[in-house]
Design a protein around this ligand. Structure first.
Ligand code: IVH
Length: 695
């Protein structure tokens, strides 16, 4: 993988497209099928890469960017709701010049004389927009924005938000009105929510906006009810009759009907007023109890708004003037080295605490050694820190003329783990060297061990019932499970099992279940065995290819020993397998060259019965074909579909290319379907597929 800092603009564009697609696929697996196919950490890494690329190329942020959407674009957990009037977005302005151009355009369009135009300038609240429909003053439906035309029905959840009236107060409201506004979480509430999540070992949210979206889009409204969500009203959609002549008067009316509107909104005159309002809000921003990311300018007169109308997806009468990323200066006190699950080394900046964008920042990732060198960051420097929207705080560079650090930073060449392994440069799947350095200690490195064990018992690997992350961590802490073989030894260790009963309060049934869960996996397929080892670049698909290539565990292990010894014939044999390239060969060689890895595999193998591979069928309708599944499947899970296809001799791929023979598309299929149409590839429904394979 190319480092984010090395991407060209066109590579970045391509990557963002790919990531959006990949993340959307995982979102579907997770939210709609309840069957994630990757770990949370890997998922987060994809999202992080997406955000990092967006941080470097903000103008490439896609409208459907994974950083802007929460979960699947529209999950089937929530019924679709057609908005009475589309929920559009606003164009962005970034400077006084842009504001002047906005004002000039309006005056040109309306053919106005010199009299200044009245505008409202409202804080742009950083939450998620919501449309709430009232009929005869009674809340009947609430929907998220969705794609602007169709959103998700979140009525039950919105009813739990105290600031949203179930019945409109006062008078003068039209019989039908869709109130539009922003659901958000305050800064303090966000921090408290994350602290509670962290204490409970749950996922934390990246920022208040994500937290608000995640809290609203709960399947169980009881959970939403526990989140201190708030609401500001600022606009409306469908209306059965007009109720105000100006935006300013409309905001007052919304207030009399029981909504909160922002106290920082102002009515201003002309360009000078627009600029002054922006400066004012920029100064207010740090003091506000909620995040704002800009100022929304709107033409005040609603009849003029009507005349100005819309261009494509945004009104001509309004614009969002965005704040630049917030910056702060602080001391770089230290650079720590973190070892990730895969052994990847990440340098982390320890900073003197500083508030940026309402959040106290004490750490910032430095990504990799090259980044530190490029910016010439030195311990003791005064650095400039930046936080823009979703993007994790980043160090922009050393504050000009404020270099304090006496000497350039030397990146360690050994892992900080007790093994003290020499760090190696990571290679991409295509075999190219990257800027990432890695500890090769794998299971033997204590920083990686638990992560490796987690991978080992993950659903796609050994999938041991009753041995989840919690138990695994506990058993690891007391030294019972340090490597995979220990799991199978534990199931037969009467002494330890007795101890579980006596001191850990396990009942007979729980112990029996744990033992049964482990024993049930003592017999395992070869591909799972290979995948479970967590060797770099050997994911599930590669593991399946290798298992088919070698057929038996014994042959696999013999071959790997030879690969480790760089035996040319053995390396060629591996290379000849479909889809296996230099990165896999190098990773396998590196892994099996380590004594501790070979011992670990042997000890594990001694505990198991690894099944031989049945050769795939050759005489089926889909044998030898490359198939892509996309969208939601209704009669089977993705996994089942994949396994079935492979059993029948087909190859399953994640992306559509010229090599694809068939695309099986379910509801929600997106860009893959488009690509298939462009390439003239045959597209089947799930039912067509089942008929074809005779299931
Ligand atoms: S008015 C035609 N007013 O910003 C759209 N939007 O970029 C009219 N937002 O989707 C929207 N504060 O989620 C409006 N005071 C405000 C706003 C505001 C935040 C959000 C809203 C909208 C997005 C547009």
């Amino acid at each position: 993988m190319i480092s984010v800092t090395d991407l060209t603009e066109s590579q970045a564009l391509h990557e963002l497209t790919r990531l959006a697609d990949e993340i959307a696929g995982h979102d579907i697996d997770y939210h709609r099928q309840d069957a994630p196919t990757i770990s949370d950490a890997d998922y987060d890494a994809l999202k992080r890469r997406n955000s990092e690329i967006e941080g470097r190329f903000p103008h490439l942020i896609r409208e459907n960017s994974p950083s802007l959407t929460v979960g699947a674009a529209r999950s089937e957990q929530f019924a679709p709701v057609q908005h009475g009037a589309a929920m559009l977005s606003l164009d962005n302005a970034f400077s006084d010049e842009d504001a002047a151009e906005f004002d000039a355009r309006i005056r040109r369009f309306l053919r106005l004389d010199e009299t200044p135009v009245s505008y409202t300038a409202e804080p742009k609240i950083d939450g998620l927009s919501c449309s709430i429909r009232y009929e005869k003053g009674v809340l009947v439906q609430a929907a998220t924005r969705g794609d602007g035309r169709v959103g998700e029905d979140v009525t039950a959840n919105v009813r739990t938000i105290g600031e949203i009236p179930a019945r409109l107060a006062g008078a003068g409201w039209p019989d039908v009105i869709e109130i539009r506004g922003e659901i958000y979480l305050g800064k303090d509430e966000f921090i408290a929510l994350n602290a509670a999540a962290e204490a409970a070992g749950q996922r934390t949210y990246a920022n208040p906006r994500n937290a608000a979206a995640g809290s609203l889009r709960q399947i169980d409204p009881k959970i939403t009810a526990t989140r201190p969500l708030r609401f500001f009203a600022y606009a409306w959609g469908e209306l059965s009759g007009s109720f105000a002549e100006t935006q300013w008067a409309a905001l007052q009316a919304l207030q009399t009907w029981g909504f909160r509107v922002t106290g920082q909104s102002a009515r201003v005159e002309g360009l000078d007023g627009l600029i002054a309002a922006y400066r004012n809000l920029e100064a207010e921003r740090p003091k506000l109890a909620f995040d704002i990311d800009g100022v929304v300018y709107k033409v005040d007169r609603l009849d003029w708004q009507g005349r100005l109308g819309f261009v494509s997806r945004a009104p001509r009468w309004g614009i969002a003037r965005k704040f630049p990323a917030e910056q702060a200066r602080t001391f770089l006190e230290a650079i720590d080295i973190q070892v990730g699950r895969t052994g990847a080394i990440t340098p982390v900046a320890r900073l003197r605490p500083v508030t940026v964008g309402g959040v106290v920042v004490v750490n910032a990732t430095l990504h990799n050694a090259d980044e530190i060198a490029r910016k010439d960051l030195r311990i003791g420097d005064m650095v400039i820190l930046q936080r823009a929207g979703d993007v994790i705080p980043q160090i922009v560079g050393v504050a000009p003329d404020e270099r304090r650090g006496p000497e350039p930073y030397t990146f360690p060449d050994h892992c900080p783990c007790p093994l003290h392994t020499p760090l190696v440069r990571e290679t991409t799947a295509a075999g190219a060297q990257t800027v990432v350095r890695r500890c090769s200690g794998e299971f033997a490195c204590p920083y990686q061990r638990l992560a490796h064990l987690r991978h080992f018992v993950a659903r796609r690997a050994f999938d041991i019932e009753g041995l989840g992350e919690k138990q695994l961590t506990a058993f690891n802490e007391r030294g019972w499970i340090e490597q995979p073989a220990d799991i199978f030894k534990l199931a037969r260790d009467a002494e330890k099992l007795a101890e579980l009963r006596e001191t850990d309060g396990y009942g007979d049934l729980s112990v029996a279940n744990l033992v049964a869960g482990i024993e049930a996996r003592r017999t395992i397929s070869l591909d799972r065995f290979i995948y479970s080892l967590g060797i770099r670049h050997i994911g599930e698909t590669t593991a399946v290819v290798m298992s088919r290539g070698y057929g038996t565990a014994a042959d696999f292990l013999v071959a790997m020993d030879k690969v480790a010894a760089r035996d040319p014939a053995a390396m060629q044999e591996l290379d000849d397998l479909d889809q296996i390239g230099t990165a896999v060969i190098a990773a396998a060689a590196e892994y099996f060259a380590e004594d501790h890895n070979r011992r670990l595999v042997q000890e594990l193998y001694d505990q198991l019965i690894v099944e031989d591979v049945e050769p795939p069928k050759q005489d089926t309708a889909v044998a030898g074909k490359t198939v892509v599944f996309t969208g939601a499947l209704e009669k089977m899970t993705r996994d089942e579909a994949k396994a079935q296809a492979e059993r029948l001799g087909a190859k399953v791929s994640g992306s559509v290319s010229k090599k694809t023979d068939l695309v099986v598309a379910g509801p929600g299929a997106g860009s893959k379907l488009k690509t298939a149409a462009e390439l003239g590839i045959q597209v089947l429904t799930e039912d067509d597929w089942l008929t074809l394979v005779g299931a």
